[in-house]
Design a protein around this ligand. Structure first.
Ligand code: FAD
Ligand code: DHB
Length: 389
């Protein structure tokens, strides 16, 4: 069988790339390891930059997000029972959109269904062949049968644990990594959010974040030890700990309830360079991971998709390979800036096991500076809102 672009991975990166390409008449086949139900049940990111919001509109899938998404024009940074706002509208005249990754994924699945574009779930043993030749091919097992797709290009959108990145020979790539000695325990609950705005809280007991998905659905996180398990955190223990770390008035007004999802995610910074090997392109978490502080993971996947979409449509329009050759450098330039921002927000707001008194004073001084300086707030806002692409 043959197609123009094989997309490995049916997460947001693969689905969005497929949607943008198909709408331009470029044929894609999308291969996903898990079932659709499994992918749609994974609770992950929630904050969309304006750039991603625009891209979803361009892809023709922005309607439900526009209706149900929550526009946020500020965030609240709390520390030691007090805090201050970063006002995005005043500082940068822009905003972010709170809309769950699961909703966005559902919109993209439905759009792909409507276009009748090929999408195979529960594929196994995906292998990439000849990515450094003119005749790349992807083989896999589906419904118990080995199948093959020949193609022009392969988009590796299969996340951090996928096969694409490891298909690049070890001597052709460089990996950069920092693993943080902490995790985020996340809870989703059918309760009204404690506040209209997101609260990022630095506290002696560790970081906490109050977020949301809708007026009746809250998403909260607390920093935990990397070794902790979900079983160690029954709901009552979670709520008690969250309330201790956020300002008193928020703690008093918070509505707790049963968790409907609870998971622990490790914090990691990771980049694989380059993001292209021959006719294979890495896109999204397959190429890079950021710690979640600052909500950049999903948004970074979106900017990769944008660069790759432009490069491939340019190629199919007039055979011009310039943007294909530039893909890795353009994507990485933005990736490293988002890595820097996520790393700095993580360092600013968390407590670390080996932290000295000096380190704590540095965090405090940084927070004080942020509170008092419009320039510092503007820099934070510019990065949180998303650098242009
Ligand atoms: P993914 O969403 O990982 O999608 C990759 C897809 O490829 C998956 O569906 C996977 O099943 C499939 N796949 C993998 N291997 C294969 C294979 N061999 N063959 C076929 N298919 C394969 N970001 C935030 O901004 N805020 C958050 O709160 C946040 N929380 C997160 C929590 C967790 C537990 C994780 C893992 C990530 C979180 N992120 C968060 C990051 C954000 O969700 C990701 O950056 C985003 O999902 C990246 O999209 P992607 O499509 O590149 O990768
Ligand atoms: C959410 C996650 C983040 O990492 C973040 O910085 C803000 C919000 C969320 O899941 O809602």
């Amino acid at each position: 069988m043959r197609t123009q672009v094989v997309i490995i991975g049916g997460g947001p990166a693969g689905l969005l790339l497929g949607q943008l390409l198909q709408r331009q008449g470029i044929d894609t086949v999308l291969l996903e390891r898990h079932s659709r139900e499994y992918v749609l049940a994974r609770i992950r990111a929630g904050v969309l930059e304006a750039g991603l919001v625009d891209l979803l509109h361009q892809a023709g899938v922005g309607e439900r997000m526009q209706r149900n998404g929550l526009r946020h024009e500020e965030i609240y940074l709390a520390h030691s029972n007090r805090g201050f706002r970063i006002d995005f509208r005043q500082l940068c005249d822009s905003a972010v959109m709170v809309y769950g990754q699961t909703e966005l994924t559902l919109d993209l699945y439905q759009a792909r269904d409507a276009m009748n574009a090929t999408m195979l779930h529960q594929v196994d043993q995906v292998e990439i062949h000849g990515a450094d030749t003119d005749k790349p091919r992807v083989s896999f097992i589906h419904d118990g049968r080995e199948q093959n797709f020949e193609c022009d290009f392969i988009a590796g959108c299969d996340g951090f644990h996928g096969v694409s990145r490891n298909s690049v020979p070890a001597d052709q790539r460089t990996l950069f990594e920092r693993v943080y000695p902490l995790g985020w325990l996340g809870v989703l609950s059918r309760t009204p959010p404690v506040s209209d705005e997101l609260i990022y809280a630095s506290h002696a007991r560790g970081f906490a974040l109050c977020s949301m998905r809708s007026p009746g659905l809250s998403r909260y996180y607390i920093q935990v030890a990397l070794e902790d398990s979900v079983q160690q955190w029954p709901d009552e223990a979670f709520w008690r700990e969250l309330k201790r770390r956020i300002p008193h008035d928020a703690a008093e007004s918070i509505v707790s309830g049963d968790s409907i999802e609870k998971s622990i995610a490790p914090l990691r910074s990771f980049v694989a360079e380059p993001m292209r090997w021959g006719r294979l392109f890495l896109c999204g978490d397959a190429a890079h991971i950021v710690p979640p502080t600052g909500a950049k993971g999903l948004n970074l996947a979106a900017s990769d998709v944008y660069y790759l979409w432009r490069a491939l449509s340019q190629y199919y329009e007039d055979g011009d390979e310039q943007d294909i050759d530039n893909y890795s450098a353009m994507a990485l330039s933005r990736v490293w800036k988002a890595e820097r921002f996520s790393w700095s927000m993580t360092n600013l707001l968390h407590r670390f096991p080996e932290q000295s008194q000096f380190d704590l004073r540095m965090q405090q001084a940084q927070l004080d500076y942020l509170e008092s300086s419009r320039a510092a707030q503007t820099a934070l806002a510019e990065n949180y809102l998303g650098l242009p692409y």
